[in-house]
Design a protein around this ligand. Structure first.
Ligand SMILES: Cc1cc2nc3c(=O)[nH]c(=O)nc-3n(C[C@H](O)[C@H](O)[C@H](O)COP(=O)(O)OP(=O)(O)OC[C@H]3O[C@@H](n4cnc5c(N)ncnc54)[C@H](O)[C@@H]3O)c2cc1C
Ligand SMILES: *[C@@H]1O[C@H](CO)[C@@H](O)[C@H](O)[C@H]1NC(C)=O
Ligand SMILES: *[C@@H]1O[C@H](CO)[C@@H](O)[C@H](O)[C@H]1NC(C)=O
Ligand SMILES: *[C@@H]1O[C@H](CO)[C@@H](O)[C@H](O)[C@H]1NC(C)=O
Ligand SMILES: *[C@@H]1O[C@H](CO)[C@@H](O)[C@H](O)[C@H]1NC(C)=O
Ligand SMILES: *[C@@H]1O[C@H](CO)[C@@H](O)[C@H](O)[C@H]1NC(C)=O
Ligand SMILES: *[C@@H]1O[C@H](CO)[C@@H](O)[C@H](O)[C@H]1NC(C)=O
Ligand SMILES: *[C@@H]1O[C@H](CO)[C@@H](O)[C@H](O)[C@H]1NC(C)=O
Ligand SMILES: *[C@@H]1O[C@H](CO)[C@@H](O)[C@H](O)[C@H]1NC(C)=O
Ligand SMILES: *[C@@H]1O[C@H](CO)[C@@H](O)[C@H](O)[C@H]1NC(C)=O
Length: 582
């Protein structure tokens, strides 16, 4: 009896040992030239996934495409109708572990407008798959879960992505066959006095899942302000800060990346580290503006916080059907920016759509109505000369949050857009021969149906932000710019992948046209295209080589991989979706 048990125990020990060995050398991954995709022999077994789920306390989630209720044997008409109704809203995508906002990367691989429930016979044959979306996600709520996810993806040779809000226009929070670290629930806000060689003063440690408006609300309760984006739901500690990050306080305190004090990270070797100017300083430098999800996974960021106080603001809107007058007014605005950008703290954001000009907000922290009126008076005089009748608003709010809620929080964003970008230098606008080249491109963009242009101006020169040359990875072209130029092409919900690809090609064409008139310039990579061929020079510029070196040091095997990411050359995406060694 005794012997039998002992044999049985020995057998069990042997079995466990076999499993352990099998797990330690999984699927010959070191020799595989591609990250495994579902269906590949090397793809982790159900047992391996179940073990991971166990390790992360049952927080492993299988990715489900947004349009799934419209497909398969369980197709559900009411749920499908709901998916159609909310297809253009941001909110369901923000709350989802794998689905993303960008139409292009969400792809048409499971559109709720196609499939068996469609009344249109030609659309009924469509099928549903995850496309570029992650296969699994871990609902990360602590460092241990992030470490487990990083180790699993690395050891099983599968792609690893980080998904926060899914706002990314470049598809960097998606990845076919990947495991996503879903950071949305890492919500925490701690306010304290920070003391370091570089900075002493109020600070906030913000969890990686924090979103802009929530962060502003938390800071407001402490009598503080923190730089964040304009869109209320963009992540405050994710892709926004890691690629620079502009918002309405940027002309006063600098970009998001100019306000970072430290990051709490997990590196791809599974280590939980701090990166600051004194610890892992190279990593801190890279994550402060050098691109997201490329060097490490961020769990929290500590940012400078600033004493709150009154914020003055203004808005100007007009409709002008006469193109000559309209474009004269737009050029006048560009010229006025040359002066407005020299006013400390003065930030503006303008939207142009065919025949409509909207200064959505001018923001002057700690300013008065008189100062804003004086600043905008020369532009109003130009409008009068052109007999353009504009609607104006002028305010002073007691706090930044109230200003934000009045001007920015209500702007409605929908997800059916393709976006491009260029940083516009002041010398282009200053030159009477070169400014018309810019206007010509604006005209071409707005002559295309369903487009909009955004002129987002903030002076983030070194003199303004207190940063010395190269002390973070924000590119010089941004420091020296007069404004950030974004433009959007709106697509129809029924757009096919070919339609979306054509939109992307057109948006890229304008990026190339803008490049031609701003030689040596750059782009704000967060709002630019993923497949623009000058991405190394224009998105990273003088920082590229150093960033690629830091990538090599902290993630030599490209466990994290993005396009366009510094040092991503070791792997490339193949047409069949495999990410393979080059
Ligand atoms: C409607 C809309 C409005 C916008 N408004 C602004 C604006 O006002 N100002 C501005 O500067 N930008 C703006 N953007 C651009 C925005 O900053 C980028 O899309 C940014 O990448 C979003 O970051 P996220 O973390 O919210 O989104 P996600 O798509 O979830 O992530 C974006 C990138 O960051 C990575 N990432 C996210 N979290 C982490 C983490 N914890 N660790 C490591 N990597 C991480 C992801 O892997 C991905 O590469 C806007 C975008 C949209 C769609
Ligand atoms: C591992 O994979 C490589 C190529 O993919 C193959 O040549 C090699 O034989 C494999 N090794 C083992 C132990 O299976
Ligand atoms: C992970 O485990 C939890 C709890 O047991 C379960 O609800 C969930 O479905 C599992 N996830 C996956 C992908 O199997
Ligand atoms: C659907 O697919 C079948 C088989 O591939 C094909 O015969 C049929 O014509 C298709 N129908 C439509 C409407 O495309
Ligand atoms: C996106 O959709 C198109 C068309 O359906 C398909 O050819 C392409 O492979 C898809 N991309 C991904 C990553 O699934
Ligand atoms: C993710 O985790 C959070 C925090 O525990 C929980 O509230 C939420 O319901 C989880 N989401 C999913 C989809 O499992
Ligand atoms: C921090 O201070 C050191 C020493 O003064 C300086 O060299 C460095 O550039 C500073 N870094 C940042 C990010 O401010
Ligand atoms: C200017 O616009 C205002 C408000 O839109 C309107 O009341 C007024 O009549 C307009 N004046 C002229 C001269 O068009
Ligand atoms: C930014 O402001 C500084 C002074 O603070 C000024 O020298 C510089 O010209 C301004 N930059 C732009 C682009 O207006
Ligand atoms: C797409 O987005 C725009 C706003 O960006 C919205 O007005 C429009 O209704 C949406 N849908 C279509 C079909 O264009």
């Amino acid at each position: 009896m005794h012997g039998t048990i002992s044999l049985w125990v020995k057998a069990l020990v042997a079995l466990v040992a076999t499993i352990t060995i099998a797990e330690a050398v999984p699927y010959n991954s070191t020799n595989s030239e591609c990250r495994y995709l579902p269906g590949d022999a090397g793809w982790p077994s159900n047992h391996a996934w179940a073990q991971l789920n166990n390790t992360v306390g049952g927080r492993l989630i299988r990715g489900v495409p947004f349009g799934q209720p419209c497909y398969g044997t369980s197709a559900d008409a009411p749920a499908c109708a709901k998916a159609q109704d909310t297809w253009e809203d941001l909110s369901p995508f923000l709350e989802d572990p794998v689905n993303v906002i960008s139409s292009f990367f969400e792809n048409t691989t499971c559109s709720p407008f196609y499939g068996p429930l469609s009344t249109d016979a030609a659309k009924r044959n469509a099928t549903c798959s995850l496309g570029s979306l992650a296969s699994y996600a871990i609902n990360v709520t602590d460092a241990a879960a992030a470490v487990a996810g990083v180790n699993f993806a690395r050891d099983h040779n599968i792609r690893l992505v980080v998904k926060n809000t899914g706002h990314d226009f470049l598809g960097r929070s998606a990845g076919q066959g990947s495991l996503a670290l879903w950071t949305h629930h890492l919500k925490s806000y701690t306010f304290f006095e920070y003391k370091s060689q570089n900075y002493t003063g109020p600070a906030a440690r913000i969890g990686a899942g924090a979103q802009v408006q929530e962060m502003y609300e938390h800071a407001n309760k402490q009598g503080l302000r923190i730089t964040g984006g304009s869109c209320p739901t963009v992540g405050a500690a994710g892709g926004w800060v890691q690629s620079g990050g502009h918002g309405s306080l940027a002309a006063k305190y600098g970009l998001g990346a100019d306000n970072t004090l430290e990051f709490e990270v997990v590196t791809t070797d599974g280590k939980h580290l701090t990166a600051s100017p004194s610890k892992n300083a190279d990593l801190f430098w890279a994550i402060s503006g050098g691109g997201p999800s490329n060097y490490a996974v961020v769990l929290s960021v500590t940012m400078k916080a600033h004493e709150d106080g009154p914020v003055a603001g203004s808005a100007i809107t007009f409709v002008e059907k006469d193109p000559e007058k309209y474009w004269a007014a737009v050029e006048a605005w560009e010229k006025h920016l040359l002066v407005l950008d020299t006013i400390p703290g003065f930030k503006t954001s303008v939207t142009l759509t065919a025949g409509i000009f909207s200064l959505d907000f001018a923001t002057l922290p700690d300013g008065s109505k008189e100062e804003v009126t004086t600043a905008l008076a020369p532009f109003h005089r130009d409008l009068e000369k052109l007999s353009i009748n504009a609607t104006t608003k002028l305010t002073v709010h007691d706090t930044f949050l109230e200003h934000y809620l009045d001007y920015e929080a209500g702007i409605v964003y929908s997800r059916n857009v393709t976006v491009g970008n260029r940083l516009i230098p002041p010398d282009l606008v200053r030159s009477d021969t070169r400014l018309p080249q810019l206007t010509k491109i604006y005209k071409e963009i707005l002559a295309t149906p369903n487009t909009a242009i955004f002129i987002i101006a903030q002076n983030v020169t070194q003199a303004r932000t207190g940063h010395i040359d190269g002390d973070n990875a924000v590119i010089k072209a941004w420091r020296e710019s007069l404004h950030d130029l974004n433009y959007a092409l709106i697509n129809d919900p029924l757009a096919t992948f070919d339609d979306l690809s054509a939109d992307l090609a057109l948006v890229n064409k304008w990026q190339y046209d803008l490049r031609d008139i701003t030689p040596g310039g750059g782009n704000n990579m967060n709002e630019a295209t993923y497949d623009y061929k000058f991405w190394k020079e224009d998105y990273y510029g003088e920082t590229y080589a150093r960033l690629a070196g830091i990538k090599e040091k902290y993630d030599p095997d490209s466990v994290l991989w993005i396009q366009p990411g510094a040092g991503n050359d070791k792997y490339a995406l193949r047409g069949d979706g495999h990410l393979c060694k080059t």
